[in-house]
Design a protein around this ligand. Structure first.
Ligand code: URA
Length: 218
């Protein structure tokens, strides 16, 4: 599995599928373990990530590390990536055609990581991964189960850096992630067969949006 991931990362580093390849310093495929229980998906690389070729290595990344540490996880034991693998100039919002071009990579990463929980960071990742569920301000901290995998929207750490109220919400959302994982892992230990079906504290699984809008990671 490890070398499959390395081959995928090499493909992403050489990708020219959209115009962002012309302005990037480095593509940012992702980092961490495969398989991993937790996968984290942000929006797109920023300045620091573009320079280093690694996700979440600037101020937002330091906050992400702290949040993970507070719930007993480290960057090394999760898999971290973004919807876009290349930095948009001046950190502008991702364009739909750029996200479409990158989507096959995210799908392949998802297959290799085989996560039990996916943290969806910020509204852009939410729009791509759980279209139609509602705004991040309403759905953050909720759990959306898709084919046995829990998708958990959270505010983006960059948004929480300068907003104490959002930071408080983000910490609470991460606490829910911990609770969910503890419950899931406890159930798996007790009843391995049944736990994979519908674990967690009251997961919400509203009507999925029309097929065309789905990320269909799975
Ligand atoms: N913001 C993101 O969404 N991703 C990164 O990798 C860094 C900042």
């Amino acid at each position: 599995m490890g070398s499959e991931l390395e081959r995928l990362h090499a493909r992403i580093r050489a990708c020219t599928l959209c115009g962002l390849h012309a302005t990037r310093t480095r593509a940012v495929p992702g980092s961490g373990r495969v398989p991993a229980e937790v996968m984290i998906v942000g929006e797109a690389p920023g300045f620091n990530e573009d320079v280093k070729g690694l996700p979440f290595v600037g101020p937002a990344g330091r906050l992400l590390d702290t949040l993970l540490r507070q719930i007993g996880l480290s960057r090394e034991e999760v898999y971290i990536t973004n919807v876009l693998k290349c930095r948009p100039p001046q950190n502008r919002d991702p364009m739909p055609h750029e996200a479409e071009a990158c989507l096959p990579y995210l799908r392949l990463q998802f297959k290799l990581v085989q996560p039990k929980a996916v943290l969806v960071l910020g509204r852009h990742a939410l729009e791509r991964m759980l279209p139609g569920v509602g705004p991040i301000s309403r759905v953050h901290g909720q759990i959306f189960v898709r084919s046995g995998v829990a998708f958990m929207p959270c505010y983006h750490p960059a948004a929480a850096l300068h907003n104490a109220a959002l930071l408080d919400d983000l910490q609470k959302d991460f606490d829910r992630v911990r609770e969910y994982l503890d419950r899931l892992l406890g159930e798996e230990r007790a009843e391995p067969e049944e736990a994979a079906v519908e674990p967690g504290p009251e997961p919400t699984d509203p009507e999925p949006p029309p097929e065309a809008e789905q990320l269909s990671l799975i």
